[in-house]
Design a protein. Structure first.
Length: 131
């Protein structure tokens, strides 16, 4: 799910699609959710350490959150070369989370060169079963 008015990224794997379908469109449906979003209550900082990407999340809300998820998008010459999705469950109020994300690698486990990365908070939410 995506919080209203927020940017989000997802990975879509198309492993066995013939080349004639290399340009694809994705259609999304929007419906009401029982989730309550707290994206604006999350402080997210990140740093390229030279060995990995350190992402720090802080839950500044007064709520225990069910889910926080983010994605790291790696670029080289303005093209996306890789992504890494991370999800954490059950985050207490005022809790800090530090995540070390490795650099993108190829099939031989060699680091793929990148010149830019972006960290996008996809979701910070809790389910409100009783609305």
């Amino acid at each position: 799910s995506v919080a209203p008015g927020k940017e989000a990224v997802t990975e879509i794997y198309m492993c066995c699609v013939p080349k004639k379908y290399d340009n694809s469109y994705v259609s999304l449906d929007v419906s009401e959710s029982i989730e309550k979003y707290h994206n604006d209550d999350i402080k997210i900082t990140h740093k390229n350490t030279g060995k990995n990407i350190n992402v720090k999340l802080k839950n500044n809300s007064k709520e225990k959150l069910d889910t926080i998820s983010f994605i790291v998008v790696y670029y080289n010459k303005k093209e996306i070369i890789d992504t890494y999705h991370y999800e954490e469950k059950y985050i207490k109020p005022e809790e800090d989370i530090l995540v070390e994300i490795g650099y993108p690698t190829n099939e031989e486990e060699k680091i793929i060169s990148f010149d830019k990365y972006k960290v996008i908070l996809n979701q910070a939410s809790r389910v409100d079963w009783f609305n």
